[in-house]
Design a protein around this ligand. Structure first.
Ligand code: UGA
Length: 434
């Protein structure tokens, strides 16, 4: 099939590259010319495992092309995916101006039937706005459909998630739109939910928000564990074996970050407000998440007594492993709070340091874990990269001023570290030692 992708961010590029790999001809458009030039040269605008290879293959086999304009893309494709950004406004509401601009541009170029698919995360009723906007511009008599096909791609696993999803959600209002999307997704074997556009839009926001609530729930339980000396890892294991609950997203930590959860939770709260509701549960989840970062700093302070004049080695800056993304990363607030209390911060991240310039003023970036540990009063782990899991702790102990590890993601075995002579403080794993 001939499809086009408007917007080559995380969602658009992964969607386009995967559809191309499944045998479709894909045209990609982005108004960021530098990004398109980089892609044409074979470069990648961000790190995502497996993606570079797919893009290269698609380009080499001429299944991926970069269109010069939206008109070019509309002329050559039957299905057009809208994957542009929907950033948060100061009041939490999603800013849909990029979606609107793209709709106008598509509508102006439409000469024959096209299916417009919203893939960007948008508030419920955006499909209606897209339809109305297009109706105002499109030449009379030119048919079109609008569908919603939300994505559930996790950064770092996006290619896997695209090709092996838990479900495919198709929000459609016509049989033509439904059969086109079913045909396009045919090679992917997974349950398909076909519904109306508004329900599909809600599935996306409700799913991300539910996961955020689950995380804030376990982080609250983690704080209780710290007070009574219990272990949240065991609590999560015990809860997770109940199939109605499930073990996923019960890893207590420094709170969620990234370009999706914080923004989508805020947007869902605003959607409810605009419709006259008050999503108190979600507001509480967002508050717990903010507090979790402060709470972590308190725990570090309780362990070191004072942060002033201390040297803290930070392992991991990205909001989660396998990505170089620093958007809304808990590390940003945590490092700033360390510095505000007078600590010197040294840090290492396997991928995110490439984008860390200006984000972490005053931080000494190191070439690896061992350089980060040199002279440190403690090491704090903020992102659970695999390469941090197996370390030479004997070497670290010699390098550090004090052998203390504060584990924001519970990756280490407390007993093993203590046997090696470290003070170990986990998250939701007993009291902080004084
Ligand atoms: C999230 C959703 O998981 C995807 O399904 C969705 O498509 C995507 O948002 C989106 O809306 O585009 P992502 O933001 O890439 O994906 O990251 P997640 O893997 O969901 O992690 C989010 C945050 O929660 C991270 O900061 C992570 O460290 C944290 N987390 C996750 C925990 O603290 N504990 C856990 O058990 C799981």
């Amino acid at each position: 099939m001939d499809i086009s992708i408007i917007g080559t961010g995380h969602v658009g590029l992964v969607t386009g590259a995967c559809f191309a790999d499944l045998g479709n001809r894909v045209m990609m458009v982005d108004d960021d010319r530098r990004k398109i030039a980089l892609l044409k040269r074979g470069g990648m605008p961000f790190y995502e495992p497996g993606l570079e290879e797919l893009v290269r293959r698609g380009v080499a086999q001429r299944r991926i092309r970069f269109a010069a304009s939206i008109k070019d893309a509309v002329d050559h494709s039957l299905i057009i995916f809208i994957c542009v950004g929907t950033p948060a406004r100061p009041n939490g509401e999603a800013d849909l101006s990029a979606v609107e601009r793209v709709c106008h541009a598509i509508a102006k170029s439409l000469r024959a039937y096209r299916l417009l698919v919203e893939k960007s995360t948008v508030p419920v009723e955006t499909g209606e706005w897209i339809t109305r906007t297009c109706q105002l511009t499109i030449r009379r008599g030119v048919p079109f459909d609008v569908a919603s096909n939300p994505e559930f791609l996790r950064e770092g696993q996006a290619v896997q998630d695209f090709l092996h999803p838990d479900r495919i959600v198709l929000g459609v209002e016509s049989t033509r739109a439904k059969s086109l999307l079913l045909e396009l997704y045919k090679p992917i074997k997974s349950p398909v939910i076909v519904t109306d556009v508004k329900s599909a839009e809600l599935i996306k926001h409700a799913s991300n928000s539910f996961l955020a609530v689950k995380l804030s729930f376990i982080n609250t339980v983690a704080r209780l564990c710290e007070q009574v000396g219990a272990d949240v890892v065991k609590v999560a294991e015990g809860m997770g074996l109940d199939r109605r609950i499930g073990r996923a997203f019960l890893d207590a930590g420094v709170g969620y970050g990234g370009s999706c959860f914080p923004k989508d939770v805020a947007a869902f709260i605003r959607i409810a407000e605009k419709l006259g509701g008050d999503f108190q549960l979600l507001k509480a989840a967002a508050r717990v998440n903010d507090e979790q970062r402060r709470h972590f700093v308190t725990r570090v302070r309780e362990t070191l007594w004072n942060l002033n004049h201390k040297t803290i080695g930070v392992l991991g800056l990205a909001f989660k492993p396998d990505t170089d993304d620093l958007r809304e990363a808990p590390s940003i607030d945590i490092v700033r709070m360390f510095q505000e209390e007078g600590a010197q911060v040294r840090a290492f991240d396997p991928k995110a340091m490439a984008h860390a310039d200006g984000v972490f003023p005053g931080v000494a970036f190191c070439k690896d874990v061992y350089e980060t540990a040199r002279g440190a009063d403690c090491l704090v782990l903020l992102t659970e990269w695999n390469e941090f899991k197996e370390l030479d702790f004997a070497r670290l102990k010699k390098l550090m001023r004090h052998p203390t590890v504060i584990d924001g993601r519970n990756v280490y075995d407390p007993g093993a570290l203590r046997r090696l002579g470290f003070r170990y403080v986990g998250t939701g794993r007993g009291h902080a030692p004084h």
